[in-house]
Design a protein around this ligand. Sequence first.
Ligand code: SF4
Length: 364
Amino acid sequence: MTPLAKLRSPVVIEQVMARIHAIGLTSPLRIMEVCGGHTAAIYRFGLHHLLHQNIKLLSGPGCPVCVTPVSYVDHAIALSEKEGIVLASFGDLLRVPGTRGSLSDARASGAHILICYSSATALDYAIQHPDCTVIFLGIGFETTACTIAATLCRAIDTNVKNFRVMSAMKTMPAALNALLSSPETSVDGLILPGHVSTITGTAPFDFIATQLNIPCAVSGFEPVDILNSVADIAEQKCDGRAEVRNCYRRAVETNGNSCAQQAMRRVLEPCAATWRGLGRIPDSGLKIQEQYSEWDAAEIQVAAVESMEHHGCRCGDVLRGSIHPKECRLFGKGCTPDHPVGACMVSSEGACAAVFNFHTDYAD
Ligand code: SF4
């Protein structure tokens, strides 16, 4: 059996389920999967159907497109209207509704917006088109931020002056601290983000166990990975322990990826950031260091736009784990992946899209 087949094997899944059932939970557990990749995998593989009635999985703020505030989309659209500007963006972001339409609408109306799979592609475009200024829409967590940092390093080292980044990059630890410290949040355990942890390591999440007394497990994205993490968290809870367990050892180390961290430290620095659903959180974002302001799109002025979320969209509640997507009255009615009203219905990692795409009976 290949390693991947083993991580999806019904036999191995049954073994992990037997481990979960043997724990003998006496009270319900609410476990939040922080990462949108986990949310997508849980619904894609139907893992929520397998779990004990006493274990409820909640989606968290781990989809980068979802947590990017509407004001960022509005600002990007305003930038796209300036002469000589070419925006470059990941495809998902184009479909996120802004106050007066999406980037996709702006593109249809003539704005020059490239769809890229990486910031490096945007830089290459800038090098090939010196007559325009290419602005890369830099959203994402640590996993993406290190690649954007590497691209910025290349632009700086090769003195490419017609490339900038509009940063809405975010970092997980401070945001999780804000979310978990809120009296409105009721979470018994956390499945920590696997991709982010490959960069950060597990150490930045230790405070969740030591200070907030919440059991955690860093997880991979296959069914056996996720169920093993659930089992680990449930065992910790039953034993009265709170630790950060690394259940994704094939990719994650305690101290993460030092090379990626070094690239980020060279050109980026922590800043306050606004998260959809969580508000403004100190030290939860990354901005370009002042000495590299020539590469920072924040230096380009645009007219202020008054930003507003769509009335009735409950993405904020979904991202805080306060409601299940189907509790939004627009779910599957006014809001579908073809016609998203909120960001959580856009990306495949968004909780609303995951439930809509893979949860056909919309049952719990
Ligand atoms: S179903 Fe649509 S409108 Fe409702 S919370 Fe999700 S994205 Fe927002």
